[in-house]
Design a protein around this ligand. Structure first.
Ligand code: UD1
Ligand code: CA
Length: 490
């Protein structure tokens, strides 16, 4: 039944405009809010309606917009040049084929929800209307077209901001630019629309008054949440819309059992998941496809993108984690940086000022301080001393470092890759290791220490003796100006 009713339906998304008011080189609908491009958000809201066809009108940066929407199965139609929202519909006519109904949406109003579109469509069908407009009642209607009702249920016209009478300016019901049209009634009305405005554009909104004047039914459906009508014409609009999306996402995670402290400060992308009793401290960002297990704590200022975390993990303050996998009970930070391609196995501890890249760290291994591990494979229960550096780059190529199980790397060691340290081996602190170390062996690579008894006091006497003659000279030079000063005071 549901699929049958969608068979006569098409979706048209108007996305050809430039977005002049954004002052941007990027087309408006490619700007992002809530972690996705505006047009992508609109497409996602429409997808569950199961329309037979989805058409996106493209114009400005048509190639880029098409590249974004075509993978979703939507068809694109080029509107070049852009002569207004009504003109955009005329351009789409041929592509609409046999569709009887169309839901038309602007590509810049991304907060609309699927349920609201369903209700709009249901009202349109039930009222056998020519057009049904999604409207919103707002406290500040400036910038939007106003809905002029001719009766309690029926609409007479939509009047654009620039054409309002003083009386109409007081109307606080706005046009969201989201409509349902019965297409064989829209085309004749659109044919009568004249570009009587300062931009000489064919306004889709003007077709409404024409339909109404013919006695056709034009209905208005008020959006349950006025924010669904928010269009992104300016950077401030973008920020507001982004804020709403982020709030919805945080609420969804909180409902799923995640604690979020000072939620307004926490930014979470739409595809992120987190398990029960995980705690997100203020100022955390969870980006991309980050997945977090249960009972984790992500402390303040940490940024995780495309990270996969198991359960019971602690990410201390100010860590940066990208494209890395952390197994259960790992602890990292504060101030740890995990670049792409790491796998930290269960119970690993990575401490402050440690950077990792494309490294695998075995169960229970610790690297507590000031270390760089790149292209390294490290076994279980090893200890990487403070200041250990894998020298993985020779200026031309990257090379691997392999460290076994239960290895002890002394502090301030440089491991010049490619190099292997066998199971249970030791590296003496301060070594520069260039050769493999066998299992259970000690690698020590540094100058042997020499102690010279009494050397320090001999040196101090020597230096003091050298200072004496040098002191006399400046003293004699100062003598004359001092006498001169005295004579002046008298
Ligand atoms: C439009 C409505 C206004 C409504 C508001 C809601 C018109 C004339 N006005 O105004 O009543 O309150 O939306 O947000 O429709 N576009 C094209 N081709 C064009 C022109 C525009 O595809 O030739 C697209 C734009 O890319 C945009 C959408 O249509 O996604 C709306 O255009 P925009 O210029 O933002 O219209 P508003 O001035 O916001
Ligand atoms: Ca707009």
């Amino acid at each position: 039944m549901k699929a049958m009713s969608a068979n006569d339906l098409a979706i048209v998304i108007l996305a050809a405009g430039k977005g002049t008011r954004l002052k941007s080189s990027l087309a408006k609908v490619l700007h992002r809010a809530g972690g996705r491009a505006l047009v992508e958000q609109v497409l996602r809201a429409c997808a569950p309606l199961g329309a037979k066809k989805t058409i996106v009108i493209v114009g400005h940066q048509a190639e880029h917009v098409s590249a974004m929407v075509e993978p979703t199965g939507a068809e694109t139609v080029l509107q070049q040049p852009q002569h207004g929202t009504g003109h955009a519909m005329l351009v789409a006519r041929r592509a609409l084929g046999k569709a009887k109904l169309a839901i038309v949406l602007p590509g810049d109003a991304p907060l609309v929800r699927t349920e609201t579109l369903r209700a709009l469509l249901a009202a349109h069908r039930a009222g056998n209307a020519s057009a049904t407009i999604l409207t919103a009642v707002v406290s500040d209607p400036s910038g939007y077209g106003r809905v002029v009702r001719k009766s309690e249920t029926k609409v007479g016209a939509i009047v654009e901001e620039s054409q309002l009478t003083d009386e109409q300016r007081e109307i606080n019901e706005i046009n969201s630019s989201i409509y349902c049209f019965t297409l064989d009634r829209l085309w004749p009305a659109l044919a009568q629309v004249k570009p009587n405005n300062k931009h000489r554009e064919v306004y889709l909104t003007d077709a409404i008054a024409i339909m109404a004047s013919k006695g056709e039914t034009v209905l208005a459906q008020v959006a349950p949440d006025a924010r669904e009508a928010l269009g992104c014409n300016t950077r401030a609009d973008l920020a507001e819309v982004d804020r709403v999306f982020r709030e919805w996402k945080r609420n969804a995670l909180m409902n799923a059992g995640v604690t979020i402290q000072l939620p307004e400060t926490v930014l979470i992308d739409p595809e992120v998941t987190a398990g029960e009793d995980t705690v997100l401290e203020p100022g955390v960002q969870l980006l991309g496809k980050t997945k977090i297990g249960a009972r984790c704590t992500i402390r303040t200022g940490s940024v995780l993108s495309d990270a996969a975390l198991g359960d019971d993990i602690t990410v201390e303050a100010h860590c940066v984690v990208a494209q890395s996998r952390l197994d259960d009970r790992v602890t990292i930070g504060p101030f740890a940086r995990l670049r792409a391609g790491n796998h930290l196995k269960a119970g690993v501890h990575i401490g402050n000022f440690v950077e990792l890249k494309k490294s695998t760290v075995g169960e229970g291994t610790k690297a507590g301080h000031l270390t760089y591990l790149g292209d390294a494979k490290i076994g279980a229960k090893s200890n990487i001393g403070a200041g250990t550096i894998t020298c993985n780059y020779d200026g031309f190529h990257k090379h691997p470092t392999t460290i076994g199980n239960r290895v002890f790397i002394g502090s301030d060691s440089a491991l010049v890759a490619p190099v292997r340290v066998g199971d249970g081996a030791y590296v003496a602190a301060g070594s520069t290791i260039t050769d493999n170390i066998p299992a259970d062996g000690l690698g020590i690579a540094r100058g042997r220490q020499v102690n010279k008894p009494g050397w320090a006091s001999r040196k101090r006497r020597e230096l003091a003796a050298a200072e004496k003659p040098a002191k006399k000279k400046p003293a004699r030079r100062r003598a004359r100006p001092r006498k001169a000063k005295k004579s002046r005071r008298r």
